[in-house]
Design a protein around this ligand. Structure first.
Ligand code: ADP
Length: 497
């Protein structure tokens, strides 16, 4: 369809030249996208074209005869007085940017051109008004102003350049970061801030950007006006013009010196902590080793003493001494085990053994030291042969039993289960003690971890469960606990068959 198909049909041949001109003008008024309105000097609307209908939402019949204030927002009513005074004086008002209101209450940004309408004698009898919708332009301007204010206010240096590397914009943060003012930078090549040994980076970046690819978080170093080198993180994006061509690059540079300094500080602290930790491990290894030797001789002398004929009082003392010495040895042994684990030197001697027997032996030993305690043992089969280091497994069971008693101040019974499944053995120690809060359960197997506050008077080093975990894991098994605070805990471990 041709363009003129939209124009009202005009029968040119039957019109006089004046009528013909009028008909052309009427056709333009009908078909333009600008609202064209005429009004009397009192502001009464006398004509209202289709574009005005579309723009303001009032039909011709709704608008004609009404006062022009129909479309003027309340706070702009005085504009009309100004416009009319200009028109009365025969002066055209051009490109008057204002806001008018549509029927649905929406505001429309307009550029108005208002001309006087003269009668045959040249007297002003009204005004014609052409209104062009500039909402889009306004919005674009506002958006641009907003972007410009962000660019001006940000702490990141924002620079744009052509694909040839010529700087085309330079924000205040770029001035602060690099020391060059906007005037000093614009028009210069970007190598102004690139250290000599990094000039090839520019080729790489421009290469990517020219292909429409954004370069994100590129960490590099740039040079300031006074020659200082600053570590930066760059994000470079292509600048695309209206026809979709890449015409340059915009670059956001963030100073990461503070970040890098804090990372270096963190790394330094971490190293320091590592050294201190190693020193502590060395000390524990040395101390437990040194303590072990006199303990062994003390234990031997005590055994000789115990065998000597003596009175009942002395015998009690020797018994007590032997008990205390056992506790001390067990602490020293645990410490020694921790250092062995840390040094990767905890060795196992694996053999076939009867786990049931080992559990029974451990229970006997515990009951011997805690005669008030009743420990029940449930197991279906009479034997349970597995492969592993029986002494180390016994150590795990003794540890769990000892904990069950230590952390159950108001109970004097506990249960041990041995459950045999197809491919694994499960052992459980169930107590009715203080229990462990759910969120602490995963920590109790960590080295030196003790639950603050809830342990009451029970003292300890927080290494028993850590050693148990190591022993069970090294046997390819698993260890865990289930617990309800205030009700009790069940410690489980598995061993493969
Ligand atoms: P220690 O008992 O010497 O502190 P462990 O490694 O054996 O060290 O245990 C770590 C922590 O786990 C204990 O301090 C205690 O808070 C908690 N815990 C261990 N066993 C039990 C248990 N049976 N009931 C309640 N809490 C327990």
């Amino acid at each position: 369809m041709g363009e003129d198909a939209y124009l009202p049909k005009i029968q040119m041949s039957v019109l006089s030249p004046v009528e013909e001109k009028q008909a052309i003008l009427a056709a333009i008024v009908e078909s333009t996208v600008d609202a064209i309105i005429s009004k009397t000097l009192d502001g009464i609307i006398t004509s209202w074209n289709p574009a005005a209908v579309k723009m303001f939402g009032y039909g011709e019949d709704e608008a004609i005869g009404k006062h022009i204030s129909l479309i003027i927002p309340n706070d702009r009513l005085d504009e009309e007085a100004f416009i009319i005074s200009q028109i009365k004086a025969g002066v055209k008002v051009e490109h008057f940017e204002t806001v008018r209101m549509a029927k649905d209450g929406k505001f429309i940004s307009l550029s108005l051109t208002i001309s006087p309408i003269l009668d045959e004698e040249g007297k002003v009898i009204g005004a014609s008004k052409i209104g062009r919708d500039i909402s889009e332009r306004k919005r674009a301007q506002e958006k641009q102003a907003m972007l410009a204010s962000i660019v001006a206010a940000t702490d990141d240096a924002i620079i744009s350049k052509t694909l040839q590397g010529i700087i085309t914009s330079w924000n205040p943060a770029a001035e602060r970061l690099f020391g060059f003012t906007e005037e000093q930078a614009i028009g210069k090549h970007i190598s102004l801030i690139i250290p000599d040994d990094r000039l090839d980076e520019e080729t790489y970046i421009i290469g990517k950007v020219s292909r429409g690819v954004k370069v994100d978080h590129f960490q590099t170093i740039r040079k300031t006006k006074d020659g200082k080198l600053v570590p930066l993180s760059l994000t470079v994006s292509p600048v695309i013009n209206e026809s979709g061509n890449i015409i340059g690059a915009s670059k956001i540079a963030r100073d990461i010196s503070a970040e890098q300094a804090s990372q270096q500080e963190k790394a330094r602290l971490y190293e320091h902590l590592k050294v201190l930790n190693e020193k502590k491990d060395d000390f524990i290894a040395l101390a437990s080793h040194e303590l072990k030797t006199p303990l062994t001789s003390m234990s031997a002398y005590l055994q000789i003493l115990a065998r000597l004929e003596t009175d009942a009082k002395n015998k009690t003392f020797v018994d007590k001494l032997q008990n205390q010495l056992k506790k001390l040895s067990s602490l020293v042994n645990d410490l020694l085990d921790v250092s062995k684990i840390e040094a990767g030197k905890l060795h196992f001697e694996k053999e076939d053994f009867d786990l049931r027997k080992v559990i029974e032996g451990a229970i006997d030993m515990i009951v011997h030291v805690n005669p008030d305690y009743s420990i029940t043992f449930e197991s279906v089969n009479s034997k349970c042969i597995i492969t592993g280091d029986s002494h180390r497994i016994e150590q795990v069971i003794i540890n769990l039993l000892t904990n069950a008693i230590r952390y159950s101040p108001d109970s004097n019974s506990l249960k041990v289960y041995l459950i045999e499944e197809d491919n694994q053995i499960k052992v459980a120690v169930e107590d009715h003690g203080i229990g462990i809060a759910q969120e602490k359960l995963e920590n109790i197997f960590s080295r030196y971890y003790r639950i603050d506050g809830s342990n009451g008077k029970v003292s300890g080093l927080g290494i028993g469960l850590y050693i148990c975990h190591e022993i069970v894991s090294r046997h390819n098994g698993k260890i865990w606990a289930e617990s309800t605070l205030g009700k009790g805990s069940t410690f489980w471990f598995t061993l493969p068959r």
